[in-house]
Design a protein around this ligand. Structure first.
Ligand code: FE2
Ligand code: FE2
Length: 435
């Protein structure tokens, strides 16, 4: 039985039947018992030989960078699951989550063994191994996992269903379904094609099976507690809007060297597209399709997943997304891409049409036209816009990228609006940052 993305209505009682209804928490528990495996029985001696003798220096560097993210991630998810067990409303859900916590500890121990016995990383302790790989973590990865830590703290203090929905969205939908699952697919694929690292490959295949079960549970839990509850739907949307901008900066190789993934046969965009497909499919299966969640669009509307994947990496390089390393690009193509992304994520004005003149102090002016379908962005000026916003290009990009709160930017006069009071009041929500 699989969780497909079909959602049907039974048409008689008015209630919705979801594919998740066909799977019980007891089934998921039974699959855990059947799928149990032993990390301590894996023999890494042939892996260690291949690592030393058959892999090139660059392949070792690239593989280590990628596996470091997994090692850190497995430890972090093992640490952070306890408050989920406390907050889950049903005993059956608590029991499954307990099995999941055991799995995550097993996965972390698997990576620690591989890192130490095959790659010679760390001193054989968890702390030693994690300390040794810490410098490999990317900015987007650190932001995402810092948020996983804080949302666990929030869930300890507030066991409500909206908080649990947000936490499961971050843990099961974002970290497991969006980041880990496509990454595992990429790794197991090339290990199989090249017939490499046999014990590591066996462990990765077992981990992929475990993760599929964890994600299935997350989808079912969200379908059961969040899909039909407006407060939970809002909580899911809010956390997605907060974390999805970090996504393109997670798998960002050192120095943007594309060989880090291409040496193993996949481009960054192929992996990112699979990530976006995976997130959307799971949310749909949970009865929470991304484009039906409350609030402004979470991702730019009207783009294919492939286009989103390609654009995400470009926006990191331009300086809209990712770590701020200096002022954003002012190249005409970069400006156009930022404006086009922003207009695709502006909220619906409920039919009110509005022309916003962006009077940049250091680049050419742009116009945003809202109301009547997807907002439009174009170069140029208009004599009588509804709102004129004065600002620097850098401040505008910081607001658009979520680094500068629009309300603070208005108060500090970094955004200088001119308009009627009734229109001004709409501004902060209108500038809701892109995801
Ligand atoms: Fe795991
Ligand atoms: Fe997991």
């Amino acid at each position: 039985m699989s969780l497909n993305d079909v959602q049907t209505s039974d048409g008689t009682s008015g209630t919705t039947t979801r594919p998740t209804d066909l799977i019980s928490y007891e089934d998921l528990y039974a699959r855990w018992e059947q799928g149990n495996w032993r990390v301590m029985e894996l023999d890494f001696s042939e892996d260690a030989r291949q690592w030393r003798e058959e892999m090139t220096e660059f392949e070792r560097t690239a593989a280590l960078w990628n596996y470091a993210l997994f090692f850190w991630g497995e430890d972090a998810v093992a640490d952070n699951l306890s408050p989920y067990i406390d907050a889950a409303p049903l005993e059956e859900q608590k029991y499954f989550l307990t099995t999941q916590q055991v799995d995550e500890a097993r996965h972390a121990i698997f990576f620690k063994r591989f890192m130490h016995e095959v790659c010679g990383i760390g001193d054989g302790t968890m702390a030693g191994g994690l300390g040794a790989i810490r410098p490999q973590l990317t900015w987007g990865f650190r932001r995402t996992f810092e948020r996983l830590d804080t949302i666990a703290d929030e869930l300890r203090a507030d066991r409500s269903l909206p908080k649990l929905s947000a936490a499961v969205t971050l843990y099961h939908m974002v970290v497991e379904a969006t980041l880990a699952q496509p990454g595992q697919h990429f790794i197991t694929n090339y290990l199989e094609q090249r017939d490499m690292l046999p014990a590591f490959r066996e462990g990765m295949e077992q981990i992929a099976r475990d993760e599929q079960r964890h994600i299935g549970f997350g989808v079912k839990l969200l379908a059961d507690i969040a899909a039909d509850d407006e407060r939970c739907r809002r909580a899911v949307a809010d956390v997605l809007r907060e974390v999805t901008p970090w996504g393109p900066a997670v798998l960002q190789p050192p120095g943007w060297d594309r060989n880090y993934t291409e040496a193993f046969g996949f481009t960054l965009e192929e992996i990112a597209e699979e990530s976006i497909d995976s997130l959307q499919t799971k949310l749909r299966s949970a009865g929470l399709p991304m484009d039906e969640l409350p609030g402004p669009p979470i991702v730019p509307v009207g783009l294919t997943n492939r286009e989103q994947a390609e654009r995400g990496y470009k926006l990191v390089q331009i300086g809209l997304l990712g770590e701020k390393l200096g002022p954003p690009s002012r190249e005409p193509e970069a400006i156009e891409l930022v404006m086009d992304t922003m207009r695709r994520q502006l909220p619906d004005t409920n039919g009110t049409s509005l022309t916003v003149q962006l009077a940049f102090s250091d680049v050419e002016p742009w116009l945003l036209r809202l109301g009547g379908g997807t907002p439009r962005a174009e170069r140029g000026s208009e004599p009588k816009p509804d709102v004129t916003l004065g600002c620097s290009w850098e401040d505008w990009v910081d607001v658009a990228g979520g680094r500068l709160d629009p309300r603070r930017a208005l108060l500090s006069r970094r955004l200088r609006p001119k308009a009627r009071m009734s229109v001004l009041r709409l501004l902060p929500s209108m500038l809701g940052r892109p995801g």
